[in-house]
Design a protein around this ligand. Sequence first.
Ligand code: AHR
Length: 500
Amino acid sequence: MKGSTKIQPQDVIAPIDRRLYGSFIEQLGRAVYTGVYQPGHPAADEDGFRTDVIDAVKELNVPLIRYPGGNFLSQYRWEDGIGPKDQRPTRLDLAWREIETNQFGLHEFMKWADKVNAVPNMAVNLGTRGIQEAADLVEYCNFPKGTYLSDLRRQNGAEQPFAIKTWCLGNEMDGPWEIGAKTASEYAHLANETAKAMRRVDDSLELVACGSSSMDNPTFGEWEETVLDECYDNVDYLSLHRYYGYYNDDDPTELDNFLGKNLDLDAFIKGVVAMCDAVKARKRSTKTINLSFDEWNVWYHSNDADTKVEPWQVGPHLLEDVYNFEDALLVGSLLMTLLRNADRVKIACLAQLVNVIAPIMTDTNGGVWKQSIFFPFMQVANYGQGKVLVDHSQSATYNSREFKDIPYLDTVTTYDEANQTLTVFAENKHQTDTLDFDLDLTDFTVDHVIDATQFYGYDVKADNRDGKMQLQPLAVNASGHHANVTLQPLSWNVLRFAVK
Ligand code: AHR
């Protein structure tokens, strides 16, 4: 099979906002307790943070981390997580029916985020709480000094304000599962008034309003319109959440369908962009609302196991999906889709980061291992720099149960002008055929191939619990304005060129 692309320097979709490679830590399952935070563990530092986990997070080069939830957020009292640890209350977490000891809270998260070189994407509880508590949290975090809350922060060890820029106004407030779920108009009013109050404390904030928690929710569309109608002037982003599953293991055609799910992600993004712009036009506004895709991933492997977990434990094994090779292929494809929409998706968070539907796992023997999805995420987050270029790729297509015209070749190119580097991400979705990929580099001249890797050859159901998965070298022919490479069936590939 043949495939091609044309890479033109002037064809720019958008500069890449590195927050597109964000992730998410929720106070849920073992994300925090025995994940990020485990005092007494041989690899724990002076703050009780697992240094082996910190090293793995740094490899992913995640620039922004959403915290503290998730569903957990909607019943959380942020004040429980500050001050002397021995005075912090132990509470019931009604979202996940766990015990929350609050030994890890705001200051611990901020310190940890700093150690992994990430900034926070902080969320305020609009489920059981509201305007005052949100404004208080902004004051506690961002006001320099001289007020009760800012001085309390200083007393708790942070002399300098945290200067948190990006904030989520609640989580999945359209979801009936959410504690304190709201109708669209209830949420719109609360989010708008909360945004106004938060901005009075600090007018430099960037605020994210909740969009639909899934495109499948019955209120999708109506929710976005109602929320934006009321909040348009006081928010900067609208959120989207989407998780994908593989529902029929016995049907061999299901893999083709699964690998086409990035078309669904694309349609979701384009639909929400259209809604944002329709409200913009109706309001005759000059302001553009961009998107924060603040939860996305594959999530289904742990569903059955989770129904058997005993409630009211600290750090239970919840949402511990073990990802296989086909999941890594889909995650690669989803990342490329986010990149192709980088003109409007400015923030995105892989949900989540450690132990809970995560690329990084800690095991019961005290070690750390990397899931299959770690590899494509790590490569895109590290190498997808600069600008995204328009995709002019061509290849044969296929149809599946849900999707039509899925290209076998899925590819996107980024151009880092400062470092004169062109990075081509490419996936061959064909189950049996290689793909002869021809790259017309037009005005770019190849100086040399920096490196090229392929991720392939694993059984689609294989996972990386044994730590054996690895990227392999890929042979590329490149000279002048042209390159050519063979993409193996079911493979994820990354080509990096130094260009002139
Ligand atoms: O990421 C897991 C959960 O998925 C989050 O808590 C919630 O926001 C979403 O439903």
